[in-house]
Design a protein around this ligand. Structure first.
Ligand code: ADP
Ligand code: MG
Length: 358
């Protein structure tokens, strides 16, 4: 069994935080530990990797185990990386880099996130050493306990989440789009972040509006990787079963941008907002619950309640022992975020004790 790798990323203080005089209460001691020191708190947590405010996107990709995760996915494993933390802690930045405000100014290559780096790594692998990889992507969102397909054109509609003996949980009628270049997959992401309106006008979603939405939904981008051993690049005119001597492998690489963890609270609000908050509470708590049950020694484990939320159903395969999961917990160093930061660190420490048997 492998312990679930979990990495912590501490973002820098933002200009606003610096201007209003927030103190830095989180420090990395450089040996895989994070130290939180504030008036009534003085705690140290240990993780597989800790990235401090100065860490580059590349350092996070190389140091978190993300590259190995991509390689395992090519080898046919179900791999998942999930970004967890409160809104504004750097989840989207870590996965995708800074979201630029204007199309004419794409993000600098050095700032690209784990997703783009993984795509580049996949395409590189697919071109080298004659391995022939067929890549496709699907993009789902869980909002208010409804699974929506972000790639399907038109207004979002809910898709049923089903279970079968052979596939486990799966989403019915989910679209998936083939891609074979970095431009194609980057375009796809842009389309989702910035859906074109009728006519050629693109809607400019402000980073702020995007964060407001992303803090209330979970987004799951899955890359399906089919590798045909032997580097066969010509499709036979007639579909013949693959000879068992060169089996094809099917791996997945899933990127999960979780809803803001600050949503897990007792909320006194009413109406639509409270339904929304309750659903987020339910799914993040269900995920935490599954993680803490999985963290128990094998003999003492009870039934794992994956069915408690759509999120845990969709993540069941990667959490439940047949897959490999990397958790990147994002935190702000600011004194104002202290309680959220502590709860994120506790959550991530629990996740660290989960073991899987791919
Ligand atoms: P989340 O997705 O967790 O809500 P974001 O990724 O949107 O948070 O980050 C919030 C803000 O902080 C954004 O303006 C983002 O560009 C900035 N930010 C986050 N992480 C970093 C980092 N490591 N370095 C520089 N800026 C960052
Ligand atoms: Mg975000």
């Amino acid at each position: 069994p492998h312990p679930l790798p979990s990495a912590i990323r501490v973002r820098p203080l933002t200009c606003t935080e610096t201007r209003r005089g927030d103190r830095r209460v989180v420090h990395s001691l450089g040996d895989g530990t994070v130290h939180v020191s504030a008036a009534r708190h003085d705690v140290t947590f240990g993780f597989s990797a800790v990235f401090d405010a100065g860490a580059s996107q590349d350092a996070v990709f190389e140091g978190s185990g993300m590259r190995q995760l991509v390689e395992l996915a090519i080898d046919g494993f179900s791999c998942t990386v999930f970004a967890f933390g409160q809104t504004g802690s750097g989840k989207t930045y870590t996965l995708m880099g800074p979201l630029t405000q204007s199309e004419s100014r794409p993000a600098a290559p050095g700032l690209l996130g784990l997703m783009q780096r993984s795509f580049a790594c996949l395409l590189e692998q697919s071109r080298s050493c004659g391995s022939d990889l067929a890549l496709s992507a699907s993009y789902l969102e869980i909002y208010n306990e409804q699974v929506r397909d972000l790639l399907s054109p038109g207004p979002p509609c809910a898709l049923p989440l089903r279970w079968s003996k052979t596939c486990g949980f799966y989403v019915e009628n989910q679209l998936s789009v083939d891609f074979d270049s970095l431009e194609a997959i980057a375009d796809l992401l842009l389309q989702v972040l910035d859906p074109p309106l009728a006519g050629s006008q693109r809607r400019r979603t402000s980073a702020h509006a995007l964060n407001r939405h992303s803090s209330r939904s979970h987004a799951l981008l899955t890359i399906h990787i089919r590798s045909r051993a032997g580097g066969q690049s010509i499709t036979p005119p007639i579909l013949v079963p693959q000879p068992s001597a060169c089996p094809s492998k099917q791996g997945t690489l899933c990127f999960v941008d979780l809803a803001g963890s600050e949503r897990v609270k007792e909320t006194g609000s009413t109406g639509e907002l409270s339904v929304e908050a309750n659903n987020i509470n339910r799914s993040l708590l269900a995920l935490g619950h599954c993680i803490s049950l999985l963290a128990k020694p094998r003999g003492k484990r009870m039934h794992i309640p994956y069915r408690d939320s759509k999120l845990t159903r969709l993540l069941a395969r990667s959490l439940g022992g047949s897959g490999i999961t990397l958790m990147v917990a994002c935190i702000s160093p600011s004194s104002r975020c202290l309680s959220e930061t502590l709860s994120t660190l506790h959550y991530a420490s629990r996740a660290r004790r989960v073991t899987t048997r791919p």
